[in-house]
Design a protein around this ligand. Structure first.
Ligand SMILES: *[C@@H]1O[C@H](CO)[C@@H](O)[C@H](O)[C@H]1NC(C)=O
Ligand SMILES: *[C@@H]1O[C@H](CO)[C@@H](O)[C@H](O)[C@H]1NC(C)=O
Length: 994
């Protein structure tokens, strides 16, 4: 899934690395030549050769280790006078590159590019060695050699990310000259190993230490006095890194505060302290940078922060503080440059805090303020404008409301402004146009009102991204720009979903030559697309859906880089000619337009990467081209509501990624090709409203075991309902209505697990209210409901026999429609077990006997139809039944009596097969289906893009390559396939490389 772009980015990066290495090598060689170089001492050379023999070197990193003068070998440093080896540095940047830029956990790549092997004890003979870097070598889970503790001249020791395991040898404590010790635990590729310590007394021997990193080292066995061991470190210590060490206590007080005046960095992130922030930490006056991210701190931030007068950076992100507000006193830290309180569960307003910050003499030093992902509310204070040095203001995902204060215009260094995902319901001031350094403007998912005009962008010469998409389609924000406007910026991304930009196509876009991403969906465009637009060279993501775009797509249209194209819900007409040669396209949505003619026959060759193809609701005709069978990544194929005809090609063997196949409402015919059984990942099949014939194949129940929706409604299928269908344990919707199926209703339908119990795993993804039309009326199913629709519809066939008792075991079933068949016998006595049933239609059969009393216990029942059977006796009463007062639901029965039937009366027994009617009902179901498929289409699309992005690092890096200037606390916006479900923004906090 790597785009050619990302490949080339990576190649460039690799080349740079290589050049870098060569360059270093050159310098080393020259300096070696210049000096009075006595050359390498022979016995050291032998040791190195022996050492090399213990290593595997698949990339040839040590290929320079030949010849007499080992001082010239890569990674070796010698004392120029004595010729003794003093430095051994085997860091391999290629290996680092691979580790961080390839998929996580790709051990194979790691093994192919990195050194691996053993440490030969003869290393000990390098008596003068003072610098040893063995980081990133894969030692495959051996323990750190004890003898390293005997290399007594060692000043620099780096054993990080080297796949060591077991206990750290206390012998390291003998290295009394050591300045730098890095034991940072292994990276993702060897996480099945791990080093630990159960005792840290040896630390006290490191009497020259300045820098200690024991990240990822398991210190959980050290016990509660772990901290004491670290206080034994010498006063020279300036950096202490203990992230993710499984420390579970943070002492409130410290017996000996030995942390000296030089300690400037403490990293205790990713532990699980579950305690409040201790004051001793705050008493380390030299501290410039404190990181407690993700350490499960409790309680509010102590006021004592105010004493840390020299604190420059405070990072308390990802700590679920007990609910508390931002202490006002934080605002008096006039030297603070960065304040990270991302995702800390703080509440309240920020007015006081910002007011006090703005009281600093010479103004506050704050450059970076991240309060994102909290429960902050209220409006934004005017005093924000006093934080003159701000370069980044992150207030996303809170509950701020109101307008942006006009004072924001005085933040003349501001590069990033993120107010996304708040209920901001006021206006955006024109003074935003003064932020001449602004690069990113993220205002999406708010409810802005008013007008944005050219003035709002007056001096924004550096702006690259505008994301103002609104949550609701109500037209509350207008974007007003003249056609002749020449903006000062050159955008890479513009996202203005639901903002009203006017009826004519925004002509000023013509000046934007670097655009990569455009989302102008539902912006009110009612126009044809001008020719120049189709020539924008760099577009990768284009969404113009939900407008009234007219005209045709020109035959010369070129979007060479397009990966995501959504033009759905417009009025574009014409054919889909061979211009559809978007060779990089992953997702193409052209649904609900006026396209006509056939699908280009070569589509499988011209768009080989397609994952989603959605042509729903056009006037396309002809047969389904054979080349679609070549789209081996295709996961979603939607051709519904067109005029396609002919038989299904037998190309399915190549479509093994297919998960959703929607071909409903066309003129397709013939039998189902047996090669369809190769699409074993299919989750949803809708072939309804066609003229397919033959039997419902047995292999559906044998091969497509993940199937959850099978809809074959309104075709010419005949034969029995095969028992194999009962093997489909995920089946939630079985709709074979309006066919000519015969035989009995299989008893085993009672085994359909998904209808008996369990939840459905799609549901949690849906954030939208989805309209589901069912039961003859419009219902609103909220997110959780739509994923849970469960129904069996066998109506209007020729089924005979009794209603199997087992069907009453389908405790989750919501709709059961068996009407218009020839069913006989009684209604199962336990019908009342179907506790979730909302719709029960048994009408137009030949059922006899009385109506079971248990029916009255169905509390969700809103639609009942028992008409036109041979039922008799008293209609049960009570509960929900009482509310179903329409007498027609019981009419046409032999001898039913009691309310809601007006008076006791006898009716003619109904005879013969029931007539076909209820067209409305059918439409209702079709709509139901339509909305369900929309929802599912969204999900598949969502995972098609976002799922991949979340999982594949490489791809993610390329995808957001122009979002990457915010280092590790970057918010990344993924605008996803949402048109058909209105829209959806996913916000992903990029953890990449961290
Ligand atoms: C945040 O605070 C709320 C109470 O307002 C609490 O229910 C929730 O669990 C807290 N979140 C975390 C991550 O602690
Ligand atoms: C904006 O939202 C706030 C908080 O919900 C509300 O009090 C205020 O009246 C709203 N303002 C407007 C103009 O709708």
């Amino acid at each position: 899934m790597m785009s050619s772009d990302s490949t080339s980015t990576h190649l460039v990066f690799l080349l740079l690395l290589l050049l870098g290495c060569l360059h270093l090598e050159t310098i080393k060689l020259t300096s070696g030549n210049e000096d009075l170089n006595v050359g390498c001492v022979e016995k050291d050379r032998k040791v190195l050769i022996e050492f090399k023999e213990g290593l595997n070197d698949p990339s040839g990193w040590l290929s320079s280790w030949v010849g007499e003068d080992c001082c010239r070998w890569r990674g070796i440093g010698c004392n120029k006078k004595t010729g003794r080896v003093i430095k051994l540095d085997l860091t391999n940047p290629l290996c680092i590159y691979q580790l961080f830029y390839t998929e996580e956990g790709d051990t194979q790549v790691f093994n192919m590019s990195c050194l691996s092997g053993k440490i030969n004890p003869s290393l000990l003979l390098l008596k003068h060695l003072n610098y040893l870097d063995l980081s990133m070598i894969n030692f495959g889970g051996i323990s750190i050699s004890e003898f390293i503790g005997s290399l007594e001249n060692m000043k620099y020791l780096n054993l990080s990310n080297a796949c060591f395991a077991k206990k750290i040898p206390p012998h390291l404590g003998n290295l009394s000259h050591l300045h730098y010790l890095d034991l940072h635990g292994q990276s993702n590729v060897c996480d099945f190993y791990g080093i630990y310590a159960d005792n840290l007394k040896w630390l006290s021997g490191l009497s020259s230490l300045k820098h200690l990193d024991m990240g990822n080292v398991n210190l959980s066995k050290v016990g509660a006095d772990w901290l004491q061991a670290f206080t034994m470190l010498p006063p020279s210590l300036s950096e202490l890194h203990l992230p993710r060490c499984r420390l579970d206590s943070l002492p409130i007080s410290l017996p000996f505060v030995n942390f000296s005046s030089s300690l400037s960095v403490i990293d205790l992130s990713g532990n699980n302290f579950n305690s409040s922030l201790p004051l001793w930490l705050l008493n380390i006056s030299s501290l410039a940078n404190l990181n407690l991210s993700g350490s499960s701190l409790r309680g509010p931030i102590p006021d004592a922060f105010v004493d840390m007068i020299s604190l420059q950076e405070l990072d308390l992100s990802d700590n679920p503080f007990k609910v508390g507000e931002i202490p006002r006193t934080l605002g008096t830290l006039c030297k603070l440059k960065s304040l990270y309180l991302f995702h800390t569960n703080i509440t309240g307003e920020i007015t006081e805090f910002v007011d006090s910050l703005s009281g600093c003499t010479n103004s506050s030093s704050l450059e970076m303020l991240d309060l994102g992902g909290n429960q902050l509310s209220g409006h934004l204070p005017d005093s924000l404008g006093h934080l003159k040095k701000l370069t980044s203001l992150q207030l996303a995902r809170n509950s701020f409301w109101g307008s942006i204060p006009a004072s924001i215009g005085s933040l003349s260094f501001l590069k990033e402004l993120d107010l996304s995902i708040n209920p901001m319901n006021g206006t955006i001031p024109e003074s935003v146009g003064q932020l001449s350094e602004l690069v990113m403007l993220y205002l999406f998912d708010n409810s802005w009102e008013g007008i944005i005009s050219e003035v709002h962008f007056l001096n924004l010469t550096r702006l690259e991204q505008i994301v103002i998409s609104l949550t609701s389609p109500k037209k509350s924000l207008v974007f007003n720009a003249r056609n002749e406007w020449i903006p000062p910026f050159s955008l890479k991304s513009i996202q203005m979903e639901n903002v009203q930009t006017g009826r004519s196509f925004p002509a000023w876009l013509r000046t934007q030559k670097e655009l990569v991403e455009i989302h102008l969906n539902n912006v009110g465009i009612s126009d044809i697309v001008p020719d120049w637009f189709w020539k924008l060279p760099d577009i990768m993501f284009l969404n113009l859906s939900n407008n009234q775009i007219r005209g045709t797509l020109p035959s010369w249209m070129k979007l060479p880089d397009i990966e995501y194209l959504d033009l759905s819900n417009n009025q574009i007409r014409g054919t889909l000619p061979s211009w559809m040669n978007f060779s990089n396209a992953y997702e193409v949505y052209l649904s609900s337009n006026l396209f006509s003619g056939p699908i280009p026959v070569n589509i499988g060759e011209t768009m080989p990467r397609l994952v989603v193809l959605d042509l729903y609701g056009n006037f396309l005709n002809g047969s389904i081209p054979y080349s679609i069978g070549k789209l081996k990544n295709l996961a979603t194929l939607i051709l519904s509501n067109n005029q396609f005809s002919g038989e299904l090609p037998g190309f399915w063997k190549g479509l093994q990624s297919l998960q959703m196949l929607l071909l409903n409402n066309n003129n397709l015919d013939g039998e189902l090709p047996s090669s369809l059984r190769n699409c074993t990942k299919l989750d949803t099949i809708d072939l309804g409203e066609n003229r397919f014939s033959g039997i419902v194949p047995k292999w559906i129940g044998e091969s497509i075991l993940s199937l959850s929706i099978l809809r074959l409604r309104s075709n010419l299928f005949s034969g029995n309902i095969h028992r194999h269908l009962c093997h489909l344990s995920n089946l939630r919707i079985l709709d074979v209505a309006n066919n000519t199926l015969s035989g009995v209703v299989p008893h085993c339908l009672g085994n359909l697990t998904a209808l008996v119990s369990g939840s459905y795993n799609y549901s949690y993804l849906l954030n939208e209210i989805i309209l589901v039309v069912a039961k003859g009326g419009v219902l609103e199913y909220s997110d959780t409901r739509v994923g849970l629709v469960r129904s069996i519809d066998l109506s209007n066939n020729n089924l005979t026999g009794e209603i199997p008792e087992e069907i009453t075991g389908l405790l989750r079933l919501q709709t059961l429609n068996l009407s218009m068949n020839g069913l006989t016998g009684k209604i199962p006595e336990k019908i009342g077990n179907l506790k979730k049933v909302e719709t029960l239609d048994l009408s137009k059969n030949q059922l006899s006997g009385s109506i079971p009393q248990s029916l009255s216990s169905l509390t969700f029942l809103t639609h009942l139809n028992l008409s036109h059977n041979n039922l008799w006796g008293k209609i049960p009463s009570g509960n929900q039944l009482q509310t179903l007062t329409d007498p027609s639901i019981y009419e046409g029965n032999q001898a039913l009596c009691g309310p809601p039937l007006v008076a006791k009366r006898l009716e003619e027994p109904s005879q013969g097969p029931p007539s076909i009617e209820d067209k409305d009902d059918e439409n209702g179901s079709a709509m139901l289906w339509f909305y369900i498929s929309m929802a599912l289409g969204f999900i598949v699309g969502f995972w098609g893009v976002c799922g991949t992005l979340l999982i594949k690092k490489t791809w993610r890096h390329a995808y957001f390559r122009f979002f990457d200037n915010m280092k590790d606390r970057l918010f990344v916006i993924i605008a996803v396939n949402v048109t058909r479900l209105k829209r959806k923004m996913a916000l992903v906090r990029n953890q990449g490389g961290g």
